[in-house]
Design a protein around this ligand. Structure first.
Ligand code: ANZ
Ligand code: ZN
Length: 816
């Protein structure tokens, strides 16, 4: 036949793979081990084009490593707790598990169809009790180490999802999930102490920086937000304790003209004078109504209120008024600042709004900020700055100011981080229960380890409607328990954990998914080690990667694993768009993966995604041609029917030109895959297919063993991208399945020399001919060939040759 039956081929090989199970990772293998991981999906709906892309790219790497002789761990599972399932359950009045596990089966079937080389024996779901038992266990271990704690504070609240959100889940003031404007609420919540690991989360990035995308490393660094500065103590009248501010510019202390406290911090309420209290309370009301989006907008006029007290500048003794405003954040630094309007624009805007003094202390040569309204922040000569006068360098000014403060005991140099502790409680049902019991006499009591997991009760959709407290709180049979310590009446913690907790350690469990003595078998993990290559979407650049890094470091400190960074290399793929725009329901430009697979077949879709662009770039589905991919695959497959030499024939002595191209393609393909230039690798295979077709039809003919060698190579290289047609070709060439288990073809270095190079012949500096010559040709021979060429003769037109410059084997320049 001239074409193969795509559907029949898919069905056939799915059965064979099922039977032979060629991708199962052997824990006891003597081979060198590699761990390839792609981010596991949420089970909301079926797989989409985005999944198709990331899985296709990931599969190239995993399959390549296998062919290179590594024992490869390539597992898959589901991040199966979370809001989409809960919201669907409410809509359909069913249990979230019904929706979740139905979708998991749908996605699993699609993954099988998609021909992914996963080890299915390690499949896990974070919503299975045998998984979340260990999420709970880890929570308790973190708590024992003081890394999980409860505190009351203003938290981000999504009024739509009726739950709190971590800082990382608030994007430009809106809920990352639903887009609703996030407000603040005072709640007692559980936190992980990520701040304790801030420095290590930052410095350990250096270990992976050259194998992670730059923008991810930068995003992590910015999120951690390390800055160096000083804590400065200001005495405040009528208060025993000084008020400490955090500043990155202690050198501008002589220019401080007032102080500002975060209006919504307890400190403001404590400091305010009786006379100013009504004004303060009115202001507080006003800002509580404003959303974070409004508060953070830079063009918003500054607002605030005078607290009616004064603070003393520790270096000058000067008295400064203390104000409260919402431009100072309660949960950054100390929640209080010294305002230096001449050198900080936010302070200057505030000073101008309330007619407060502006005093320049660094002369940068720019106009005086008091007049220009533009704060200056560069280096310059210190003026009106006491002992700093005479200095001209910011760094010197800062260290001198810190010395002065430390001498007087009114301040210290310090490092500050933007990173906050990770708020992990959620007031939702479909998540991992927090294994704590609250007892009126014993306080917080951990659920004893032998009683884990604390399983979710059997609630239905109707009971899950968000009401601001967790639906679990209303499940009295579940909530009311005896205190494990005193036996008295007590209540379970009714919040569940952020689903990012579940995904912070799943990659560890894949190394020993059935393990019952702990979250993972430390021995097995030692053998597999950290993830060698992680592939996934960069929307997780901050959240998931930061949390997983935090978990890894804590587990390292617990002595449970020996590495400190979980993902040694990271590949982030672009997104698949259509007609230049993100696919969306409202634009009606969505591309349905299932329909594409039906229309073109799995291989053609995979090939299209891999070939379309470098992995990090976006793919516009409007610009690609899955039907072109399909035609190419048929062409490649036809070659496997043309080969007439027997399997096992020695290729030595076969057509040298074709053999050379085959071996150069193998060598380059390895380099290209390792450099993640998969699209170029595909292009090289396409060239080899064309060259082989030519050799069959008009060259050495189908019986030449070089043809067999070339077609076998095509099958092996294609198996990284289009496994179905590759298996089919391999079988047609007379081999046993599967091609995926065959070793990477060996390169013969003797065949790597180029068989010919192109020499350019110029007459009077103009190109007149191109000659295919032997790379080893000498100058004399090349000159003779050039002069004998018909086009060159025509260009010379009988004129006398005065000089010939030869640079063998590439150039001949003839001067007349
Ligand atoms: C005085 C000063 C003078 C400042 C000057 C800057 C320039 P980063 O670099 O982001 O750490 N700040 C401190 N705590 C704040 C809070 N809770 N809310 C809003 N602003 C706060 O920023 C540190 C600087 O941001 C600090 O240094 C402080 O203003 C302000 F010419 O202190 B600075
Ligand atoms: Zn008790």
């Amino acid at each position: 036949a001239a074409t193969y039956d795509v559907v029949a081929t898919e069905e056939k090989w799915q059965r064979v793979w099922e039977e032979l199970d060629p991708f199962r990772a052997d824990d006891d293998s003597p081979r060198e081990k590699r761990y390839a991981l792609t981010m596991f999906p949420y089970p909301s709906g079926d797989l989409h084009m985005g999944h198709a892309e990331v899985f296709a790219l990931h599969d190239v790497i995993a399959r390549y490593w296998r062919m290179r002789g590594f024992e490869v761990l390539d597992p898959m599972g589901w991040d199966s707790f979370g809001l989409p399932a809960e919201n669907a359950a409410i809509r359909n009045d069913e249990h979230p598990a019904t929706y979740t596990y139905a979708n998991i089966e749908t996605q699993a079937a699609s993954m099988r169809r998609y021909g992914l080389a996963f080890d299915w024996s390690r499949r896990l779901h974070t919503s299975d009790p045998e998984y979340y038992r260990w999420t709970q266990w880890l929570f308790l271990k973190f708590r024992e180490r003081g890394l999980a704690y409860r505190r009351k504070s203003p938290v981000n609240w999504c009024p739509n999802d009726q739950t709190v959100l971590a800082n990382e889940q608030v994007v430009d003031g809106a809920c990352e999930r639903c887009g609703a404007v996030v407000t603040k609420r005072d709640l007692t919540q559980w936190y992980f102490k990520t701040t304790e690991y801030a420095e290590r989360l930052l410095t350990d990035l250096d270990q992976v920086a050259d194998r992670w995308p730059n923008r991810v490393v930068t995003a992590q660094r910015n999120w951690i937000g390390r800055s160096e500065g000083a804590h400065v103590d200001f005495a405040v009248e009528g208060r025993e304790q000084p008020v400490t501010v955090y500043t990155t510019r202690p050198d501008t202390l002589f220019g401080a003209t007032f102080m500002v406290v975060a209006a919504d911090a307890d400190l403001a309420a404590e400091l305010v004078s009786d006379a100013q209290r009504p004004a303060y309370e009115a202001y507080l009301e006003e800002i509580r109504r404003a959303s974070d989006i409004e508060r953070l907008a830079t063009d918003r006029p500054k607002s605030g209120v005078d607290l009616g007290v004064t603070a003393t500048n520790p270096l000058t003794g000067e008295r400064l008024p203390v104000w409260a405003s919402d431009y100072v954040l309660a949960d950054y630094g100390t929640g209080a600042i010294m305002a230096v309007p001449a050198h900080d624009q936010r302070d200057l805007d505030f000073a101008r709004a309330f007619d407060l003094p502006v005093r320049r202390v660094v002369d940068t040569g720019e106009p005086d900020p008091a007049e220009s309204g533009v704060a200056t922040s560069g280096d310059g000569a210190y003026v009106s700055s006491g002992e700093l006068d005479g200095l001209t360098d910011k760094a010197a000014g800062i260290s001198r100011a810190i010395e002065l403060l430390e001498e007087r005991g009114t301040g210290t140099g310090t490092v500050n981080y933007r990173l906050r502790d990770w708020l992990l409680s959620r007031q939702r049902f479909w998540g991992c229960p927090i294994p704590i019991i609250h007892c009126p006499s014993c306080g917080e009591v951990p659920v004893p380890e032998d009683q884990l997991p604390v399983e979710l009760p059997e609630l239905k959709g109707a009971d899950l409607k968000p009401r601001g407290v967790s639906p679990l709180a209303a499940a009295s049979e579940w909530v009311d328990v005896a205190c494990p310590t005193c036996g008295g009446a007590a209540k379970r913690d009714s919040d569940t954990m952020d689903t990012f907790v579940d995904s912070s350690w799943y990659f560890l469990r894949f190394t020993s998914p059935g393990y019952t003595e702990g979250p993972f078998d430390p021995e097995r993990l030692r053998e597999w080690g950290a993830v060698d290559q992680y592939v996934g979407g960069l929307e997780h650049a901050v959240l998931h990667l930061l949390y997983a890094r935090f978990f890894t470091k804590v587990l390292h400190d617990m002595g449970m694993l020996d590495f400190v960074e979980p993902f040694e290399a990271l590949l982030g793929q672009g997104v698949v768009v259509n007609q230049g725009r993100k696919m969306s329901k409202s634009l009606g430009n969505g591309v349905n993966l299932g329909e594409q697979l039906d229309a073109f077949g799995v291989d053609a879709v995979r090939l299209t995604l891999v070939f379309a662009s470098p992995p990090e770039d976006n793919i516009d589905w409007a610009d690609v041609s899955p039907s072109g991919s399909q035609k190419f695959l048929q062409r490649a497959w036809r070659l496997s029917g043309d080969v007439t030499s027997a399997a096992g024939t020695d290729p030595t002595g076969g057509d040298a030109t074709l053999r050379s191209q085959t071996h150069r393609t193998i060598r380059d393909a390895a380099e290209l895959v390792e450099g993640h230039r998969f699209n170029v690798m595909v292009a090289r295979v396409m060239e080899l297919v064309n060259a082989t077709r030519k050799a069959v039809d008009t060259g050495c003919g189908p019986a030449d063993p070089a043809v067999r060698e070339a077609v076998e190579t095509v099958a092996q290289l294609l198996s990284l991208v289009t496994p179905y047609v590759a298996e089919e070709m391999w079988e047609r060439l007379g081999h046993e399945p599967t091609v995926a288990q065959v070793a990477w073809p060996e390169v013969d270095p003797a065949l790597l020399v180029e068989q010919s190079v192109t020499a350019v012949v110029q007459v009077q500096g103009k190109v007149k001919a191109r000659l295919e010559v032997d790379p080893g040709i000498d100058g004399e021979a090349l000159e003779a060939l050039a002069l004998a060429d018909a086009d060159v003769q025509r260009a010379l037109d009988g004129r006398e040759v005065r000089k010939v410059v030869v640079r063998a084997p590439k150039l001949v320049n003839i001067v007349v």
